[in-house]
Design a protein around this ligand. Sequence first.
Ligand SMILES: Cc1ncc(COP(=O)(O)O)c(C=O)c1O
Length: 407
Amino acid sequence: MGGKKQDKWGLDTLCVHTGEGTDTDTKAIRRPIHMANSFELSTDIEELLKVFSWDHLDKFQYTREHSATPRHLEERLAVLEESEDCVFTASGMGAVSAVLFTLLNSGDHIVASELCYTGTQKLFGFHLPRFDINVSLVDASNIDAVKKALRRETKIVYIETPANPLVSICDIKTIAGLAHEVGATLVVDSTWSGLITQPCINLGADVVIHSTTKYLNGHGDALGGAVMGSKKFLADVREYGVVHLGACASPFNAWLTMRGLVTLPLRMKKHSDNAMKVAQFLESHEKIERVRYPGLPSHPQHDLAKTQMTSFSGMLNFSLGAELMENFDFIKRLRLIKHAVSLGHDQSLIYYLPTAFFFEDMVVFDDRQKQKYTEIMGDGVFRFSVGIEDSDDIIEDLAQALDRVPG
Ligand SMILES: Cc1ncc(COP(=O)(O)O)c(C=O)c1O
């Protein structure tokens, strides 16, 4: 498993067939869910040793270590990212923590993107310093800032692209080169790309993280996370992050995610097509103050996004430039689009992020950073996860809610 995609199969076929198979007991043409938390052990010593070794991931003993249904999903994910292996975790944050606590020791230095998911930012700004780990937070969309922060002893460069919440883009290939010059590991959280639009391993990333809760599951009904990378590194992630720290996933969530992945190429095409139409509609609308979508030429890193993404996924930001309460009145008028956090679901989801609230959450921002992000966000932005409904219906819903925004 893992490694190169099979030459004879295209992406759509891989999403349907990798990790799938006929059930040996019943001949059902889909693998069943194995909800057991323990597996019967062999009394043959040689067989038993295999079960306890990370070289035999098709042998199982206890579900916190690894188990059958998550393993089938890991096979599919590894092939899609073209990585040697994959570890499925309980959540996206489980994947992030497993990677950081596997790689880092007290006294280490890490360069990390200042713009990333708030939970990850809390690890950088609060938890890692508790263990005497030095964190340099930089604007990773600025190569000079990354270069300046690197030290000879830097252990990890950690980026998120497209980044939550402002869809900023980091140059994976160039940052991989810089990280490798000092012997650091490049970790990329590629959640917002939906995986198949952004081949991180091929661009030079050593480790790729996904919150599978989002696009990979795609239906808003299962939490999960994935770490992709070399077999050797993932054996450590499995042992430290999953077995010791307990970020192990439920087989049922693995099964739901496996089922969601079948339609990933279809869904990512629809998310990207819909988001482009919505972004163009919003950009041309008189009541809209600003729009940020990597697929629009007006996005500051549009040219870079074109070089490393095959399409631009379904996340965008926009602002009305209105009073605070008007933003919530706008949401109240929406009939189809749901007011909810999370993203990458089949349904369109929106929430309003006031800039002041964002700054309260991003505890480590100084005055210079606050000024920079105020220029990008104004008083606040709508974070919009464009779903896979008919684009005309999404646009119609936005249009009717915009009609009553005071001009
Ligand atoms: C980029 C990114 N990484 C990680 C996470 C955390 O994922 P989870 O909610 O599955 O723990 C999120 C959640 O929104 C995210 O957007």
